[in-house]
Structures are given as structure tokens and as C-alpha cells.
Design a protein around this ligand. Structure first.
Ligand code: FAD
Ligand code: NAD
Length: 496
């Protein structure tokens, strides 16, 4: 059991060492949806407690963004060197050094020890931490049970925030659960390489992990029920990433579903697909999305479904069906925009609403783009898929415009010509697209594939949130020679 320790102003407690049973704000879950709520509340003079029954920090630093990006970066650096004459000649091995890559990942996750970084930095904000499983047992009342079964009850004076995240969705395929497949947790924390990895699902996790494991030299086969990968994005983005993954040896079975899975005695995996293909591999990773973690925290007491459907919230992230506005649901659990940066954004909005409420200032109405409304959740969610090439998108896609009957003008361009000068010896494949409101000519969305897409997207996010029109964008001049010239190419493609 963790002993009580003081770090900075906050204290790490166990259920038996907790001294006070009242806090202004209590967050259940310690991920990115939660910590900024607590730290902002404390900065505003409130007392805040975060409860978690696993590592303090949630998924991002231990099982998701951080380890996956730590695993991806070495291969990106190696590919960048291979693309440039003068550096290429010094690259002697086509694959990354797996042991060194795993060591790098382990350094970022601090060996999955939260007391090395996440606990101290959270306590430094003045937030108290409590290890245990939390369950709502009444209005603003929470029972917390530690691993040894010891239980206490605590009360929130102002607000409770449910920040319990999400869990992997495992499809109901005969034999799949019994085969104990890898989930993203195993894929991001493994320290050995399956000779042949089957990946089910071609969303962000499937494509990033295909990139990682192919960079180790593993055979990777990806199965997807969709006709193109990254199906939430524009088809062209999926095509470009798939072509690049195929060039490094990844095989795709598109338009296929799994019909049967079996873990064999020698621990290998055998799968059958709807198209009749039978494959044998060393491991299978299920990357078919996530569902909000709504069970186990007492939501049923307030008639909130606990079957994994997202908790319905208003624009300030308050649970719609609960009276008196004391219960919030922030981050993956509300399903609005399940990404770390959007968790941080929602936490900021929720914290502002909670602090105002605690001060008795209920005057601020929710309105688009004001400080208590998470408007970006609807109009400007940015995302980067860290494949090679990377894909970045923000706002409305061409598909969403069609679904929502929004009249738009689509502007597209190919690879940026300065890309070769800056990053490689040949024009790599690249592509960018603007989705522009056909009437107002305001920028509504952008997707970009290629070198530096990760950094290029934020300019579009600013333009969308700022309601910038094409006739003003024409005056935004990118420096030469920089990859930002993709914006110049789009201006020219728009005929401006
Ligand atoms: C492989 C992978 C890679 C990803 N990469 C990226 C990326 O590059 N960029 C990006 O923006 N997003 C990425 N994501 C998504 C991102 O990880 C999530 O959106 C984010 O971590 C969700 O944060 P959260 O605070 O909502 O929940 P979490 O971080 O999951 O935290 C929830 C916490 O609640 C705790 N908890 C649950 N129930 C209870 C209870 N009853 N009592 C006490 N504690 C409880 C859990 O132990 C957990 O620690 C990735 C996801 C995966 C799977
Ligand atoms: N770089 C990033 O931002 C990043 C990286 C990894 C994960 N994430 C986030 O983590 C979450 C989980 O990622 P994910 O890739 O698991 O989910 P996802 O929703 O992005 O993709 C899931 C994919 O699985 C497919 N699928 C669903 N059921 C299937 C079935 N039975 N058979 C075959 N395919 C099936 C879907 O068509 C989809 O393509 C997402 O919210 C994602 O945005 C983000």
C-alpha cells in the first residue's frame, strides 16, 4: 500500500490516511480531463481532490499517447535520414534498434511508476490525491474503497467531475475474447516483437501501431471492414497512408471482417475472415475503438446508463439529467471528442463553470465560444495521426459537410514543392484540402497529409475558430522555404 507522502502543497492519501472528508471539488479519475479541473480550482482558492484506482495520470502518459509517440519517433527520424542524400549514406540498418526504442519508451513512461513524475507534479498544483475506487452514493457523496477493502465516504461542497475515461471495444467475434488479444495497452507496453502481428481496425491506433511494428521489421497484416483505412478522415488521406504502409511491407485486408479467432496451444493465433482468408500469426491487436467507462462509479444511482454509451452533458460539461448542476462528466467518458488535447480543453471549460458556481456567480449563460461553453467540440476538433506520412485534420471534413447538408467549396493541392528542398531528395507524396463555406467563404475544415502536417494544422485551427474568410487568408504569407507554403498552394488552388 502507498504510504502517505507530502509533495509541494497537496498530499497523496490512502483511504485510511485521509484527514478531511469534505472538498469543494472532487474528480473521479486522474487523466487529462481531471487534473486541469483540480489545479484551476485550487488556483481559484478552492479545495480539490482527485481519486484514482490505477496509476495517477490516467491513460495518456502510461498506455496511450506518450508510449505510442515514444515508439513512433525513432522510425520517423530514421526515415527522415534515409530520405536525404548525405545522411542516407550513413544509415546502415533499414530498421530501428528495437531494444533502444523500448528503452526510450520506458524512460518516457518512467517505468509505469506514477510517483516519479505524475504524482509530484499533480501535488505541486496543491491538489490532494487519493488512491481508491470511487462510487457515487448520493448527491455530492462518494464512497471510496481501497485495494485492501477499507472504505470511507467523502462529500463535495460544490461539484463532482466524472473523468473515468474509456475502455477498448472488443467486437463479438467467436473466439476473440478467449484468445486474450492485445489491446492498445499491451501494444504500447510490449517489450518484445511478434514475428507476425495481425491488427484489427484501421483507425488511429491500428495505423499508428502498424507503423511502429513494421518499423521493427515485424510482418504486419491489417484487417478492416471498411474499404479504405482511416475511414473517419477524407479517403485521400487514408489512401496516402495505406500506400506508404504498403511500401514498407504492411498488408491490408480491406472490406473484410473477422469471423473466427483461435489461440493455439503453441500460443500462436489463427483467424478466419469473411472473405475466406485464413491466417496464422504470433499475436493479434484489437484496435476497433473505445467506449466510455461508465460502469463502477455509481452513475446508475442517477439513472445514467452504464452500458458504455457516452454520458450526455451540456455545453459546460454538466450531466444533463442531474438536477442542480453539481455533476460534471469530462473527457472520453462523454464521448464528445476523445482526444487528450480536447480533454484538457473541456477541463478548462468545466473548471471555469465550477469556479463561477462556487462563487455564486451563475450569470454567465452558455453561448457559442464563451468561457463556459465547449464550442470547439462541435466546430474545431484538431487531430494528428502520427503515421508516416502524418495526417492532421481540423473542423468539418468533406464527408461531414455532405452528411450535414452544409454547402461547401473544396480546395485541394498536392505535395508542397519546397518539401524536397527541406526534407528529402524527391517530392514526397503530400496532399492538403480546405473545406470552405460556400456562402460566407469562411474556412470550416482542413486536412493535410505529409511532412510537418503535425505542426501545420494549428494555423487552420486558429483560422476556423476566428471565422477567417478566404479573402483575408489571401493576405497570410508563409515564409520561404517552409512547409507552410502548403497554405500558399491552397490559396493558389482557390484561384485567389
Ligand atoms: C494507443 C492510444 C494512443 C493515443 N494517442 C493519442 C494522441 O496521440 N493524442 C491524443 O490527443 N489522444 C490520444 N489518445 C486518446 C487519449 O489517450 C484519451 O483521449 C485520453 O487519455 C482520455 O483521458 P481521460 O482523462 O478522459 O481518461 P483517462 O486518461 O483514461 O483517465 C481515466 C482514469 O479514471 C480512473 N478511474 C476509472 N473509474 C474509476 C473509479 N470508479 N474510481 C477511481 N478511478 C477510476 C482510471 O483508472 C483512469 O486512470 C490515444 C489513445 C490510445 C488508446
Ligand atoms: N494520434 C491520435 O490522436 C490518436 C492515436 C491513437 C488513438 N487515438 C484515439 O483513441 C481512440 C481509440 O482509437 P481506435 O483507433 O481504437 O478507434 P477509432 O474509432 O479511431 O477506429 C476504430 C476502427 O475500427 C474499425 N472497426 C470497428 N469495429 C470493427 C470490427 N468489428 N472489425 C473491424 N474493424 C472494426 C472502425 O471502422 C474504425 O476504423 C480514438 O478516439 C482515437 O481518436 C488518437
Amino acid at each position: 500500500m502507498t504510504s502517505t507522502k507530502d509533495h509541494g502543497n497537496g498530499t497523496l492519501y490512502t483511504t485510511s490516511s485521509l484527514k478531511t472528508c469534505d472538498y469543494d471539488v472532487i474528480c473521479i479519475g486522474s487523466g487529462w480531463a481531471s487534473r486541469p479541473i483540480a489545479s484551476r480550482a485550487v488556483a481559484a482558492g478552492l479545495e480539490a481532490l482527485i481519486i484514482d484506482n490505477d496509476l495517477i495520470g490516467g491513460d495518456c502518459p502510461f498506455w496511450a499517447c506518450v508510449p505510442s509517440k515514444a515508439l513512433l519517433r525513432p522510425s520517423e527520424a530514421l526515415e527522415a535520414a534515409k530520405a536525404v542524400g548525405g545522411a542516407r549514406e550513413r544509415v546502415t540498418d533499414p530498421n530501428v534498434d528495437a531494444k533502444a526504442v523500448f528503452n526510450r519508451r520506458d524512460a518516457f513512461t518512467r517505468g509505469w511508476n506514477d510517483e516519479k513524475l505524475l504524482v509530484p507534479t499533480t501535488l505541486e498544483t496543491g491538489t490532494d490525491l487519493l488512491r481508491g475506487t470511487a462510487k457515487l452514493v448520493g448527491v455530492k457523496k462518494i464512497a471510496v474503497t481501497s485495494k485492501d477493502g477499507h472504505s470511507i465516504e467523502i462529500t463535495a461542497r460544490c461539484a463532482v467531475a466524472i473523468c473515468t475515461g474509456s475502455t477498448p471495444r472488443i467486437p463479438d467475434v467467436p473466439g476473440l475474447k478467449a484468445a486474450h488479444p492485445w489491446t492498445p495497452k499491451e501494444a504500447t507496453s510490449a517489450s518484445s516483437i511478434p514475428k507476425h502481428l495481425i491488427i484489427l481496425g484501421t483507425g488511429a491506433v491500428g495505423c499508428e501501431m502498424a507503423t511502429v511494428y513494421s518499423s521493427f521489421g515485424a510482418k504486419v497484416t491489417v484487417i478492416s471492414s471498411t474499404s479504405e483505412i482511416l475511414s473517419k478522415l477524407d479517403n485521400e488521406a487514408g489512401r496516402l497512408v495505406r500506400t506508404a504502409l504498403e511500401a514498407r511491407g504492411v498488408e491490408f485486408l480491406l472490406g473484410s471482417t473477422l469471423v473466427e479467432v483461435q489461440r493455439m496451444r503453441d500460443s500462436s493465433i489463427t483467424v478466419k475472415t469473411s472473405s475466406g482468408t485464413q491466417l496464422s500469426a504470433s499475436e493479434i491487436l484489437v484496435a476497433t475503438g473505445r467506449k466510455p467507462r461508465t460502469d463502477g462509479c455509481g452513475l446508475e444511482l442517477f439513472d445514467i446508463p452504464i452500458d458504455g454509451t457516452p454520458v450526455e452533458v451540456d455545453e459546460s460539461l454538466r450531466v444533463k439529467s442531474v438536477r442542480d448542476k453539481w455533476l460534471y462528466a469530462v473527457g472520453d467518458v462523454n464521448g464528445r471528442s476523445p482526444l487528450t488535447h480536447m480533454c484538457k480543453y473541456q477541463a478548462r471549460i468545466a473548471a471555469t463553470a465550477i469556479i463561477r458556481q462556487a462563487r455564486g456567480d451563475l450569470t454567465t449563460e452558455q453561448a457559442p465560444w464563451n468561457s463556459v461553453s465547449a464550442t470547439a467540440d462541435h466546430l474545431a476538433i484538431p487531430q494528428v495521426i502520427f503515421t508516416q506520412p502524418a495526417v492532421a485534420s481540423v473542423g468539418l471534413s468533406r464527408m461531414q459537410a455532405k452528411e450535414r447538408n452544409v454547402p461547401v467549396r473544396i480546395i485541394q493541392t498536392g505535395a508542397v514543392t519546397v518539401g524536397a528542398l527541406l526534407h528529402g531528395d524527391t517530392f514526397g507524396e503530400g496532399w492538403a484540402q480546405w473545406v470552405v463555406d460556400a456562402e460566407s467563404e469562411k474556412l470550416l475544415g482542413m486536412t493535410v497529409v505529409g511532412q510537418d502536417a503535425t505542426e501545420l494544422i494549428h494555423a487552420a485551427t486558429v483560422a476556423i475558430v476566428g471565422g477567417v474568410r478566404l479573402d483575408r487568408l489571401v493576405h497570410t504569407v508563409p515564409c520561404f522555404p517552409t512547409m507552410s507554403e502548403v497554405y500558399l498552394n491552397l490559396i493558389e488552388a482557390a484561384g485567389l
